[in-house]
Design a protein around this ligand. Sequence first.
Ligand code: G4P
Length: 194
Amino acid sequence: MNVLEERILKDGVVKEGNVLKVDSFLNHQCDVELFDAMAKEWAKRFAGKQINKILTIEASGIGMACIAAKQFHCSVVFAKKYKSINIDGDMYISQVESFTHKETNQVIVSKKFLNEDDRVLIIDDFLANGAALQGLISIVNQAGGRVEGIGIAIEKGFQPGGKFIRNLGYQLESLAIVDDMDWKTGTITLRKQD
Ligand code: G4P
């Protein structure tokens, strides 16, 4: 069991509606030592890939992406979310529908920071339905770059995003996969990983 899995079992809180609160260490208060261990694990899993950029999405992905970037010796670009915006030609844009929040955001990255030379590692904190990830993949494709891999902190294995993204052929590495949660008992069931 890796350190993130141990921490989820120790400090994760299950809320009604299949929501896992991890705000004491991951996406509100941030345990940077934990982020460092996660970064090292991603570095191991993506060893041998020629990654020259990390792409994430605001807000919660930014912290862990920056710590991961120290392992890959590259910079981080984070996609920005807007409810609606008049875009000029200098931006890559994709629509991302959040099933959790029932809203659509436009996700944008400046053309200055992503191009056809980029070999990209996408990092994010949660993978549920995969909408955010599909938006980020679309942005890399628009830039003519290549997605070398996808690193996720917590995948909700009972939602369709992980299967969908793996079926597209991407190397998707989720450090913890939650297969089941029960808010009444507080039980969290993690998928066994090697
Ligand atoms: P998807 O991108 O995989 O399709 O996910 P979905 O629309 O269902 O989720 C939207 C937002 O909700 C994302 O954050 C995601 O990180 C978060 N989320 C999904 N499931 C959980 C959960 O069980 N617990 C917690 N804590 N968050 C969850 P976001 O809107 O992009 O917010 P942020 O990055 O600005 O914090």
